[in-house]
Write a protein that binds this ligand. Sequence first.
Ligand SMILES: *[C@@H]1O[C@H](CO)[C@@H](O)[C@H](O)[C@H]1NC(C)=O
Ligand SMILES: *[C@@H]1O[C@H](CO)[C@@H](O)[C@H](O)[C@H]1NC(C)=O
Ligand SMILES: *[C@@H]1O[C@H](CO)[C@@H](O)[C@H](O)[C@H]1NC(C)=O
Length: 191
Amino acid sequence: MANLIVVILMLSSLMISIPNSFARKRGPDDDLEWFRSLIHQKEKVAKLHFFIQDILAGPNQTVYELARSSISSSSPTSFGQVSVVDDLLTVRPERDSEELGRVQGLITTSDLEIRALTMNLNFFFTSGQYNGSTLSISGRNQIMNATRELPVVGGTGVFRMARGFAITSTYSFDPTTLYGVLEYTIYVSYV
Ligand SMILES: *[C@@H]1O[C@H](CO)[C@@H](O)[C@H](O)[C@H]1NC(C)=O
Ligand SMILES: *[C@@H]1O[C@H](CO)[C@@H](O)[C@H](O)[C@H]1NC(C)=O
Ligand SMILES: *[C@@H]1O[C@H](CO)[C@@H](O)[C@H](O)[C@H]1NC(C)=O
């Protein structure tokens, strides 16, 4: 009886391990089979465009300082300041435009001479065809440059095995309310 159950389990796991980018999380071997099937698949390409609501102060603040180094206060580049962020992604620059998800992660001022950040960000999409999927960006952001390029280093869900790059610029920044809007265009390939 026990053997029969094992055989049935083996058969059913074989039957559901058909390679399919959306066949996920059914068992430990399904992920391996899906991964193995990658070499036969063509990569897909997507271009994503959205805005980030980056709020450094006030009642709806979404960026908070976590730590600073012994020289952050005297450093011309605020070196060694670490912040945690949970910003809203929107279709248009306006705060009340359609929501696409959140961007969450850590931002560190990490250049002793010019204003530049090390960014470790996870884009978490909560609407449309990418709902539930994530993209990860890890890179250097020289924020005084008009446009900056950041590497896309991976993803989950629809964006498994993602790689690509993002072009970002500051759309607006209000120095009184410390409210910034950032524009992002992400070019990504995935399987
Ligand atoms: C904070 O967010 C709420 C809800 O979106 C909004 O009604 C309010 O105007 C915002 N406050 C500020 C200062 O932006
Ligand atoms: C996104 O997915 C979640 C979880 O499956 C679901 O609850 C939610 O309604 C979806 N949102 C949209 C906008 O489709
Ligand atoms: C920043 O802008 C300067 C001047 O346009 C350019 O020379 C430099 O390559 C840019 N650096 C980065 C990291 O984008």
